[in-house]
Design a protein around this ligand. Sequence first.
Ligand SMILES: NC(=O)c1ccc[n+]([C@@H]2O[C@H](COP(=O)([O-])OP(=O)(O)OC[C@H]3O[C@@H](n4cnc5c(N)ncnc54)[C@H](O)[C@@H]3O)[C@@H](O)[C@H]2O)c1
Length: 359
Amino acid sequence: MKIIRADTYTIFIGEDAFEELALFFRNPDIRNEKIIVLVDENSKKYCLPLLKEKVELFNKATILEVKSGEENKNIQTCVELWHYLLKVKATRKSILVNLGGGVITDMGGFVASTFKRGMRFINIPTTLLAQVDSSIGGKVGVNLFEIKNQIGVFLNPEAVFIVPPFINTLPESERLSGLAEMLKHALIMDNNYWDSIKRKPFFEITEWESLIIRSIEIKNSVARNDPYEKSLRKRLNFGHTIGHAFESLALRKAGKPPLPHGVAVAMGIICEAYLSTKIRGLPEGARDSINDYILANFPYYPVAKKDHPRVIEIIKHDKKHTGEGINFTLIPSIGNALIDQYCDERLVLDSLVFYSSLS
Ligand SMILES: NC(=O)c1ccc[n+]([C@@H]2O[C@H](COP(=O)([O-])OP(=O)(O)OC[C@H]3O[C@@H](n4cnc5c(N)ncnc54)[C@H](O)[C@@H]3O)[C@@H](O)[C@H]2O)c1
């Protein structure tokens, strides 16, 4: 098992993380407290049975189920969850166990952080994306009016338990979504890691655990050094400014399925690599190798020309816009990132035109 120390908590990675989980609940400060497990229908079906089998005490835990999906990561669902926590007489000393993907860890963390001014929570992420990214780093929150993550706080879990085989039941599209955040980790921090990811097409990757560990090391080192995102943590935003806007655009299209977060990030990386070439000298060859890998492995999300102004509007509503222009993290080379790179709207529109030309 791999153990990684974060600032106020520990991340346990490997199948034997279950043993650490059992030990965690033997802690005298915790063992008699109420345990509430937050799941969605998929983590309930695919992950809860194994959790109950491996750690006996979960058979007595209260199970709290929400409907899966980004469209449910909102305040209305939080109100239902707060209400339910009151009903089951949860206290500040109770433990909320977030068992699920990034929607569950983001929303569960937020609900816990605000219930009675803060109850304790742990994360057991069950998607690749949540294992390498959303379950660590202490950012918790929900969407507001389809704009991503507008309401939230920084609060760390008590511990994170990562069991890589949970991802075995994930649909391929969801595993791919996690891969996008891993690409981002490589592109902003570690050229060798990028080489090892792109060595194989996505569908041929079988050895996930070592990749998961490298991504967690990168995410944790960045978040740990700047927990409140005052400066260098913004490196993790690479691909996310435009990626989030694509995701929000998809959420606004009634009747259409939401765009998986990671796919949105992969598309955002294409646009932001374009900006990196334009203003920070990322060589065109490097940009093309990024695009080739993404387009060979991810489904392309078409954004019609008539939607380009909407994308810009969404970005301007996001927290990354100031009077100086739109704030991006860009990469001057693979494995290095620069924060606070301002681009005017015209150039961002150009990146969307470039993106559309790749369809
Ligand atoms: N807080 C952060 O730092 C941070 C970082 C990155 C992303 N995020 C957030 O994470 C969210 C996306 O996370 P996600 O991609 O995990 O989405 P998700 O939570 O919606 O999970 C994706 C799908 O997989 C299902 N699922 C979960 N575990 C499963 C399993 N083991 N087997 C089968 N199905 C399973 C879920 O029910 C869901 O249908 C977004 O809301 C994004 O904003 C947060």
